[in-house]
Write a protein that binds this ligand. Structure first.
Ligand SMILES: Nc1ncnc2c1ncn2[C@@H]1O[C@H](COP(=O)(O)OP(=O)(O)OP(=O)(O)O)[C@@H](O)[C@H]1O
Ligand SMILES: [Mg+2]
Length: 706
C-alpha cells in the first residue's frame, strides 16, 4: 500500500477544521494555562472526564428524573441568590471526576498525579501494508491514540492539485534547462500527485486530511522520558516522524481525550486507500484453506481451520485445568484428522477413548495383566539408518525404562546394568551388526537371569528390584514376546486397568513401540499422549517424550501432549523443551495458581490472562507460531455424543441404548461391543469409515468403562 507523498496543502479555513464526528466543546475556558506552567486553582478543576459531561453548574440528572432537591426546576430560577448558593453546594459528576490539580509545562501536562505528553506525527512512510500500525497499537506502555479524519471536497483539491502539479513541472523543467540534477523528491511528489489527480478525477479515490496524535502517561517525569524515547524509536521504526507537542501540551491533551476535538490540528493529506490502512484494529484470523476445524474465533466468529502439518513441526501441546475440555479437544481433533487420512495412535491412561475409537472402526488395545496383548520392551525396530547404532539407542532407551522400574541408580549400578543389557542381547546373538538384529529379541527375564548370574552385590540388588516384574505381582505384563502390531489406522492403547505406578512404565513401553513403528514406515500420523504428566513425572520418560517431539517432524508425525499439571510440566527442562518443540499450543482454562506461570511462559497480556481465568469449558487461546486467537471449541451434536465424558450425558446414552435394544427385542450384534456405553450411534462400527474391528480387539468393555 502506498501513502502518496503529496505536497502539503494550505490549511483549510478554521470553519472547515472539524472532524467527521464533532462533539460540542465542553471544556471550560481558562481552566488550563499552557504558557505559565502554573498549578490551577482547585476551585475550578479542568474537565478530564472520559464521557462528555455537561458544563459545570448544569444539571447532571438525566431528563425526566428529578433530584430530591428538584434541581431541574431550580435551574430555571437562576438569578435568585439563595438558589445560586444552594446550587453551589451540590456536587456534580464533574466535581467527582476532575483531578485535584493540573499543571501545564512546556514538555508535559500533569493531571492529578499523572504526567502526560502528546506527540503528533508529521511524516508518514511512503509504502505501508495493512495493519502497519500494529506495533504502535501493541506498544508496551499506556497510550492514548487519537486519529482525526477530515473529508475534503474533491473539486477544491483538484484545482489545488492542478496548480501544484504545474509548479512542480515548472521546477523540474527549469532545473533541467539549467543542467541541474532534478531533485528526486520533487519527481516522486509529481508522480504521486499525477496518479492522485487521475484517481480523484475518476472518482475512484476521495481525499482526506488525517492527523495522528499519541499521548503517553507515566507516574513520574523520568518514566515519561524513558517511555517517550521508546515510543519515538518504535514510531521511527515504522518510518513515522513524531514530534512532541512542546508548548502545546494542553491542546495535545485535549485532542487525545475522547471528545472528538482536534485542538492541535496538524493534518496530513491522504487518499481513501491510504486512510484505510490506518484502521488500527485487525483481529487475527487462523483460517487456512486446508486442515481441520478446531473451533470458532471468539473475537470475530471466524472459523479456526488449521493444518498443523503446515507448521515447522506438527506437535501440539494442550494445557488446562481439570475439566477444561482438553480431552474433548483432543478427541475432536483426532476424529477430524482421522477422517482426513491421518493415522491416529492414542495413549489413553484414563480409558476415555474406546467409545470414539470403536465407533470410528479403530482398535482398542487394552494393556493389563489379563490382556492377551503383549509388548516386549526389548524389541528392535529392524530399521537401519545411516550412522545410527540401533542397538546402542535401544540400550539407552532401556536404561531409561529400567530406571523408572528400579528407581534411581548410582554410577556403579548404571555400569552393571549397561553391561548386563549388552550381554543379554549377546546371548541371543544380537550385536551392533544390523544383520543380527532380526533375531528374536530377549525378554525381561533374560536380563534378570544375567543380573542374577553376575557376582556383584550391585547386580544382585538390581535383580532383586526387577524380580516382581518376572515372577512377582506384575509378572506377565512386560515379560513376554510382542504378539501385536499396529495395523489399524486408529489405535487406542488403554492402560486404565494398570495400577497407577505401572502406568508410566506402560506408557514408556507403548511409546517406544509406537516410535519403532513410526520409523519403519513413513505416513501422516498423530501420536496423542493424554495426561502427559504421567510421563513428565520421571526424568527418563520425560526425556523420551522430548526426543520424540524433537524428531517427530522427520517422520511425518505430530505429537499431541495434553496435561492438567501445568506447573509440573513447565517447571521441568524437558517439559519446557517439549513446549518449545510444539508449534501449536492450546491454553484452556487455568487456575489462579498456574496462571502466573502461564502468563510468564507465553508472554500473555493482562486481558489474555483474565480470559484464561474466566474461560468456560472448551474456551481458551490457540497459538500457532506467532499468531494466537481466542477460541471456542465446537463439536457437532453427533461428535459431542461420541466424545463427551460428562457422566450425566453418558448415563442418558446408556439408558437410550437400553431402550433401543429392548424395543428391537434383541441383543446387540456380537461383532460390536455389547456394552451400552457406546450409545446409540456407536453400537456398531460405522461402515463409512471402512474399518472393521480387528480380531485382536479386546473383549467388550465393562459398562464402567467409557
Ligand atoms: N467444547 C466443548 N463443548 C461442550 N462440552 C465440552 C467441551 N469441552 C469439554 N466439554 C465437556 O466438559 C467436560 C470436561 O471435558 P474433558 O473431559 O475434555 O476435560 P479435561 O480437560 O480432559 O479434564 P481432565 O484433565 O480431568 O481429563 C466433559 O463433560 C466434556 O463433555
Ligand atoms: Mg482429560
Amino acid at each position: 500500500m502506498k501513502l502518496p507523498n503529496l505536497p502539503f496543502f494550505k490549511k483549510q479555513p478554521v470553519a472547515n477544521q472539524q472532524p467527521m464526528v464533532q462533539t460540542p466543546d465542553y471544556l471550560q475556558p481558562g481552566v488550563m494555562n499552557p504558557m505559565q506552567g502554573q498549578v490551577q486553582p482547585q476551585a475550578q478543576p479542568p474537565q478530564t472526564q472520559v464521557q462528555p459531561q455537561p458544563p459545570q453548574g448544569q444539571p447532571t440528572q438525566p431528563q425526566g428524573q428529578s433530584s430530591p432537591l428538584g434541581k431541574g426546576k431550580l435551574k430555571l430560577q437562576v438569578g435568585f441568590p439563595a438558589i445560586k448558593s444552594l446550587e453551589k453546594g451540590t456536587v456534580t459528576l464533574a466535581d467527582i471526576l476532575a483531578p485535584s490539580s493540573v499543571e501545564v509545562d512546556f514538555r508535559y501536562i500533569r493531571v492529578g498525579e499523572r504526567y502526560h505528553r502528546t506527540f503528533f506525527v508529521v511524516d508518514f512512510p511512503r509504502f505501508v501494508s495493512p495493519n502497519w500500525m500494529a506495533p504502535l497499537i501493541d506498544f508496551d506502555h499506556t497510550l492514548d491514540i487519537a486519529m482525526f479524519v477530515y473529508p475534503t471536497s474533491a473539486p477544491d483539491i483538484l484545482s489545488d492539485l492542478r496548480r501544484k502539479i504545474a509548479e512542480m513541472e515548472a521546477t523540474i523543467a527549469s532545473e533541467s534547462e539549467q543542467g541541474k540534477v532534478v531533485d528526486p523528491k520533487v519527481t516522486a511528489q509529481l508522480d504521486d500527485a499525477l496518479s492522485l489527480q487521475a484517481e480523484l478525477a475518476k472518482g475512484v479515490e476521495r481525499f482526506f486530511q488525517f492527523s495522528l496524535y499519541v499521548r503517553m502517561s507515566a507516574d513520574t517525569v523520568e518514566d515519561l522520558e524513558l517511555a517517550s524515547k521508546r515510543l519515538i524509536s518504535t514510531l521511527s521504526s515504522l518510518l513515522l516522524l513524531p514530534k512532541a507537542a512542546t508548548l502545546q501540551m494542553e491542546q495535545g491533551f485535549k485532542s487525545t481525550i475522547p471528545m472528538g476535538q482536534d485542538t492541535l490540528y496538524i493534518p496530513r493529506n491522504m487518499d481513501t486507500t491510504s486512510l484505510a490502512t490506518t484502521f488500527p484494529f485487525t483481529s487475527a484470523t487462523l483460517t487456512q484453506n486446508k486442515g481441520v476445524l478446531y473451533g470458532l474465533n471468539q473475537q470475530n466468529n471466524s472459523l479456526i481451520i488449521f493444518d498443523r502439518f503446515s507448521m515447522e513441526n506438527a506437535n501440539e501441546i494442550i494445557l488446562g485445568k481439570s475439566g477444561s475440555g482438553k480431552s474433548f479437544l483432543v478427541k475432536l481433533e483426532a476424529m477430524r484428522q482421522y477422517m482426513f487420512g491421518a493415522e491416529v495412535i492414542i495413549v489413553d491412561p484414563e480409558g476415555e477413548y474406546p467409545t470414539l475409537c470403536r465407533t470410528m472402526g479403530g482398535e482398542v488395545v487394552s494393556f493389563s495383566h489379563s490382556s492377551p496383548i503383549k509388548i516386549n520392551p526389548f524389541d528392535l525396530s529392524g530399521v537401519y539408518e545411516e550412522g545410527e547404532n540401533e542397538l546402542g539407542l535401544k540400550i539407552l532407551s532401556l536404561h531409561g525404562l529400567l530406571r523408572i522400574i528400579m528407581g534411581d541408580l548410582d554410577a556403579a549400578h548404571d555400569a552393571i546394568l549397561d553391561r548386563a543389557l549388552v550381554m543379554t542381547y549377546q546371548q541371543k546373538g544380537i550385536t551392533p551388526d544390523p544383520a543380527t538384529q532380526r533375531k528374536e529379541p530377549p525378554l525381561m527375564e533374560d536380563l534378570y537371569k544375567v543380573l542374577l548370574g553376575t557376582e556383584d552385590p550391585a547386580a544382585q540388588d538390581l535383580a532383586l528390584r526387577l524380580e516382581k516384574f518376572i515372577k512377582g505381582s506384575v509378572s506377565g505384563v512386560f515379560n513376554q514376546q510382542s504378539n501385536f502390531d499396529i495395523s489399524n489406522p486408529l489405535t487406542v492403547f488403554s492402560i486404565r486397568e494398570l495400577e497407577e505406578e505401572l502406568r508410566p512404565i506402560a506408557m514408556h513401553i507403548i511409546l517406544d513401540f509406537v516410535w519403532t513403528k513410526v520409523r519403519k514406515s513413513l505416513k501422516k500420523r498423530l501420536l496423542i499422549l493424554d495426561e502427559a504428566w504421567y510421563m513428565m513425572k520421571y526424568e527418563d520418560s520425560a526425556s523420551f517424550v522430548y526426543s520424540i517431539a524433537k524428531r517427530a517432524r522427520k517422520y511425518y508425525l505430530g505429537l499431541t501432549t495434553a496435561t492438567q499439571d501445568v506447573e509440573d510440566f513447565l517447571r521441568t527442562d524437558y517439559g519446557k523443551a517439549v513446549l518449545s518443540n510444539s508449534s501449536i499450543q492450546m491454553l484452556l482454562k487455568q487456575g489462579t495458581s498456574e496462571v502466573d506461570l502461564i502468563t510468564k511462559t507465553f508472554y500473555l497480556t493482562q486481558g489474555e490472562k483474565e480470559l484464561l481465568l474466566s474461560a468456560g469449558v472448551g474456551q481458551g487461546l490457540f497459538f500457532a507460531g506467532q499468531n494466537h486467537v481466542a477460541m471456542q471449541v465446537i463439536a457437532a451434536p453427533f461428535e459431542h455424543e461420541l466424545i463427551t465424558s460428562n457422566p450425566q450425558e453418558i448415563l442418558k446414552q446408556r439408558e437410550d441404548a437400553k431402550k433401543v435394544i429392548a424395543a428391537s427385542g434383541g441383543s446387540p450384534t456380537p461383532s460390536a461391543p455389547s456394552s451400552p456405553t457406546y450409545g446409540t450411534i456407536s453400537s456398531q462400527p460405522t461402515p463409512s469409515f471402512g474399518q472393521k474391528p480387528s480380531a485382536a480387539a479386546p473383549a467388550p468393555q465393562t459398562p464402567g468403562q467409557y
